[in-house]
Design a protein around this ligand. Sequence first.
Ligand code: DC
Length: 220
Amino acid sequence: MKGLLVTIDGPGGAGKTTVSRLLAKALGYTYVDTGALYRAVALAVLSEKCSANEDSKVAQICRRLGFRFENSSKGLRLYMNEVDVTDEIRTQEITMLASAVSARPVVREYLLGVQRGMGKNGGVVFEGRDMGTVVFPEADVKFFLDADLSVRAVRRHKELVAMGVNISLDEVRQTMYRRDKDDSSRVLAPLKPAHDAVRIDSTSLEIGRVLELMLGHVPV
Ligand code: DC
């Protein structure tokens, strides 16, 4: 039987990545982190010394890119043109550039095709910002996972510190606030819940409970 398409949208730090991985594992599905694709495009744009708003150059760069996710003992890895970019795309510089790049129609249009291609056989959990609204409006099950900014900032700060990044909680909170605002106010595919999404607030929920709630909405 063809697997379902499950989408999980929401702002950064709400727990999307952790729960998307767990949900995909519980269902035996593939997990796709679409934020990583925007980050990788940002990396390509940066390495070509191009700026996010040079549309024709950015479009040209996109046309030369190929993506592949692979599960490994180190977790999900993203290969861009067969180069593992998983770690390189997590810097603060790429985080801000990815947000700028993701507001450009040429990039969204290009990644729309890439993402739909990855979902064509079903059996995938897609994590992102517009999965349930734009990329897969016909998805079988849609979630919108949110949490208070202060809680999300603490979670993201912990992750960054664990990765060896030297950054204050306040800086993380401010960056997050700015990025959420940019992602939610852009004209194209803004961050917002699909009308038929199941909304979950993880502010005071353990990740295991979030997973349980989600599993309760996926028909087996
Ligand atoms: O989830 P993330 O922080 O890795 O996402 C990086 C950026 O990409 C973020 O600014 C939002 C953007 N993004 C998007 O616009 N649409 C998606 N489906 C996923 C991410």
